[in-house]
Design a protein. Structure first.
Length: 258
């Protein structure tokens, strides 16, 4: 400002571009324009991802992010969840999650939450189910496992007491393919496997859900499997044994999330 003896005080404008900021860089950098302090646009921060917050630093005008409070509600790909250390954890990770169903010797693959993460569990296919080995040969499933290791080559010996293919005249004895009229001991050939047992070897006993197989004096003895043992229901669904006794009737289906 200046004082004129004739007219008194006057206030000529300062040069354009002179700073007139209020110390808050988040509402823009104010400068003088033609005698007035302009009003620039505020800093607009980009929307943060789920379970992150964003704020503007008044000193610098820059946007910074931080983790949202643990337990805050969030959306995980269309599913409700809660925040944990900056990550949105879905309430049920199996919702909208698809397991790979193309597993050798598996009748299906079930999804079950494990520690907040979706985990896939293959269900063993029935013994004798046709499959293709890792070398591309025709095979049958062993009924107890999944994956390539559970697919037996029907054209090669797989061990003592295991018959090859569906022809009861072709069985393996001590790992060598033999021409014989029957499987060893009291076992019989059915769908490519010798059912029955020899001595104390229960590996050729017929599979039975919720049973622990034992071989006693060449007779298969099925004992009750512990409660919680994985099994397959009569309808082919994944289940857990109740512990009430051997047999598929004691296989209770899993509650698989949809």
């Amino acid at each position: 400002d200046t004082c004129n003896p004739a007219n008194g005080c006057s206030f000529p404008p300062v040069a354009n571009g002179t700073s007139c900021g209020d110390g808050n860089a988040c509402n823009g950098s104010e400068t003088c324009q033609n005698g007035s302090c302009n009003n620039p646009p505020n800093v607009v921060c980009a929307a943060p991802p789920p379970c992150r917050t964003v704020s503007c630093n008044p000193a610098t005008g820059t946007c910074t992010q931080a983790n949202a409070a643990n337990g805050s509600a969030c959306n995980a790909n269309g599913q409700a969840g809660t925040c944990s250390s900056g990550t949105c954890v879905p309430e049920n990770p199996c919702v909208n999650f698809t397991c790979n169903q193309n597993v050798v010797c598996a009748s299906g693959v079930a999804c079950m939450p494990q520690g907040g993460v979706a985990q896939c569990f293959p269900i063993p296919a029935a013994s004798g189910t046709r499959c293709t080995t890792s070398t591309g040969a025709a095979g049958t499933c062993n009924g107890t496992g999944t994956g390539a290791a559970a697919c037996r080559n029907v054209d090669a010996c797989t061990g003592a007491g295991v018959c090859v293919g569906t022809n009861a005249r072709r069985v393996c004895l001590s790992g060598v393919l033999q021409a014989t009229t029957a499987c060893p001991g009291t076992s019989v050939c059915e769908n490519g496997s010798c059912f029955g047992c020899v001595g104390t070897d229960a590996s050729t006993c017929p599979p039975l859900e919720c049973a622990t197989r034992l071989c006693t004096r060449n007779n298969c003895d099925n004992r009750t499997a512990p409660a919680g043992t994985a099994c397959q229901t009569a309808g082919g669904a994944a289940g857990r044994c109740s512990g009430a006794g051997p047999g598929v009737a004691n296989c209770e289906p899993l509650q698989i999330p949809r």
